[in-house]
Each structure stands twice: as C-alpha cells, then as structure tokens.
Design a protein around this ligand. Structure first.
Ligand code: ADP
Ligand code: MG
Length: 348
C-alpha cells in the first residue's frame, strides 16, 4: 500500500469492497464446492454437502433498541441466517452465536435476547452448538453462523437461471421496509414528546414483517412435495431489485418483471402511500422481507400454479435484453440495485 493513498470505503459499496478484499485468496481445498458469492458456502463432505452462512448485526446499523424488543432481535438474528440455508434448498441443522456487549446490558437483557434465539431454534429445530462472547466499548454486536445440509442434487445456486425460465416470488414484498418507516416515525414522535403513546395496531402486519420475519421453510418443503426444483434461488434480504440482479449477473442473463404481478400487501400499499412512497419502489428496494425469489423451468408452470403464496412475476431473458421492469402502463425501465448500503449510514 502506498503511504498517502487513501480510498474511502463508502465509495466502493458492499460488494465491490468484498471483491477487493477477497480476490487475492486462492482455494486450497478440493472440497470447497462454492466459496464467496451465494447465500451460503458449500462444502463437500464425502457426498453430503454442508452449507454455511454467516451474518453480523450491529446496533445502530441493523437494529435500533428503541423499538426492537430484545426477544424479537434474538429471533430475527437466527432466522435471517436460516433463510440463507433455505435459499440454497438446504435444511439448517446447527447455529453458532457470537455476541459483543457493552456494560449497558444486564444479564436479564441478554437472557431476553437469548430467549428469542431459543424460540427460533425450537421452531426450526436447529441446535445452538457454540459461539463466542466479548465485551464491546459501545453497543451490541450479534454474529450468527448457520450450518445446513443438502445433497449435491438438491442444492440450488444463484448462477443457474436460463433464458425462458419463469421468475417467482413468495409472500409479499415491501412490508418490512414500510414497517420500519412506521417504527422510525413513532420513534421520532416519541423523542419529541415522551408522553406520546404510539398506535401501532393498524400496522401490526408490516411491523411484524420488520421485527419478526419468518424464513420460508414451508415453501422449500412444498416445492419438494410438488416435485419442483428451482433453476436458481436467492432469499430477498436486500430487496427484489438487488437480489434479482444477483441472479441475473451471476447467471449471465437478463430478466423482465411485471410491476402489476409483484405481490404487495394492502397494508403495505396504503401505508407506503401515506409516506408518499411508491409501493412498487418499496417492494423493489425495501429489503428484509426474507421471501424467496426463484426461477423455474417453464415445464414446471402447471405444478407451481398449484402452490399457494407463490407469484409468477416475470421471466428470464437473454443477457443482451438487460434487467427490466415492465410498468402497469406498459413502459420498460431498467432495474438498478438500490438496496441497503450500510456504509452510507455509519458516521465515524
Ligand atoms: P447475504 O446477503 O446472502 O447474507 P452477503 O451480501 O452478506 O450475503 O455477502 C455476499 C457474499 O460475500 C457471501 O458469499 C459472503 O459469505 C461473502 N462475504 C461477505 N463479507 C465477507 C468478508 N468480509 N470476507 C469474506 N467474504 C465475505
Ligand atoms: Mg441471502
């Protein structure tokens, strides 16, 4: 490194940064089937595949304890990692949990965090098998690693979509983002006037989408039952636009999404409009919905129509066509990634 060269990290963006940091690493192990670049890494253990995914949550960046109950935070920190294992069409088996705590946290508070983790482990039948504990000067850090299993035939990557495939998404999108806007608004009002009692009832659905997401284990199961294997899959953590672009870039294909087909809950739509946000923009760029975005061979069209809570939103195109949104008015716009960029938010 030259002495006076300094590149600001926020000029790079998350993926460029990861690329810069990791591209000098060689792979020495023959059983590393997939390294960086998918929802989980894949390791061949003599036939059975081990899936590994890890994520870190940082106070003030990924969560705000003013409106996030510790129990919900514990739950979310586990299930968001399980979502990455399901997105590979795998089954999560174990988790490790590492935390760093400032002295602001009492035993009771951390127990509350862990009670949420415990109910996530119970619900998805995964074992907590280890981790690490440290103090921190300021704030709470939570890092979870999920370990899963799949056979080689079962695994679905991001880089295997083909032109002509159908694009599907589960559930509904944008809710977690609009839920977050409500929590942020109530926080701002509360800070102005501490006697204020927030009325969150009408928005319980979208606030739940933000605070207590569920990974789509149910859908992975029903796809298996229906004999459907997606051609490519990713979980929607950064937003439909950004995550679709991951599939398209890695598969070297284009895509078209029909605006009118993108599932948006009525509460999400109504509240987005109250915030003067375009509901489709929330669905495309909101993130944290933890739904599954996947592509299917067109022969599976009949089978998928029998499944509930799955929506056909577009199709995969040749790469030269680009990645497009067809609006309800029949116009075409290029889809660009505008997902979360955490580096914009940190200040010091
Ligand atoms: P996801 O959103 O699905 O959890 P990320 O966007 O966090 O995935 O990460 C993209 C890819 O880069 C993943 O394969 C992840 O394991 C890898 N990655 C992220 N940060 C680092 C890092 N600091 N060093 C090495 N690999 C990283
Ligand atoms: Mg993911």
């Amino acid at each position: 490194m030259s002495e006076n060269k300094r590149t600001e990290i926020n000029r790079l963006g998350e993926f460029e940064l990861i690329h810069r940091l990791t591209n000098g690493f060689e792979q020495y192990q023959g059983n590393t089937v997939k390294g960086i670049g998918d929802d989980a890494a894949v390791i061949d253990n003599s036939g059975e595949m081990t899936l590994i995914s890890t994520d870190m949550m940082v106070e003030g960046i990924h969560f705000d304890l003013m409106y996030t109950p510790l129990k919900h935070l514990g739950y979310k920190s586990i299930v968001t990692n399980l979502s990455d294992i399901y997105a590979m069409n795998g089954t999560p088996r174990q988790v490790t949990v590492s935390i760093a705590l400032s002295n602001r946290f009492s035993l009771e508070a951390v127990e509350e965090l862990y009670s949420g983790m415990r109910s996530a482990c119970k619900r998805y039948k995964v074992d907590l098998i280890g981790g690490d504990t440290s103090s921190s000067q300021k704030g709470l850090f939570i890092s979870v690693t999920a370990i899963g299993q799949a056979t080689n035939e079962e695994i679905v990557y991001r880089n295997t979509a083909l032109p002509g495939d159908i694009i599907c998404v589960s559930g509904d999108l944008g809710g977690a983002y609009v839920g977050l806007q409500i929590l942020e608004r109530e926080k701002a009002i509360f800070l102005e006037n501490p006697d204020f009692k927030p009325e969150l009832e009408d928005n319980a659905y979208i606030i739940g989408r933000q605070l207590k997401p569920e990974p789509r284990a149910d859908l992975i199961y029903s796809l298996r039952q229906a004999g459907i294997k997606p051609t490519a899959m990713i979980d929607i953590s950064d937003g439909l636009a950004s995550d679709l672009l991951h599939i398209c870039t890695q598969s070297n294909v284009g895509a078209v999404i029909k605006e009118a087909q993108v599932p948006i809950h009525t509460v999400t739509e109504q509240q987005a409009i109250k915030f003067r946000l375009d509901p489709i923009t929330c669905a495309l760029n909101g993130g944290e919905d933890y739904e599954l975005l996947f592509t299917l061979h067109p022969d599976d069209l009949d089978k998928i129509q029998g499944l509930s809570d799955v929506y056909i939103i577009g199709s995969i195109l040749p790469p030269e066509d680009g990645v497009l949104l067809e609006t309800s008015g029949g116009n075409f716009h290029k889809i660009i990634a505008q997902g979360w960029d955490h580096f914009d938010e940190s200040t010091d």
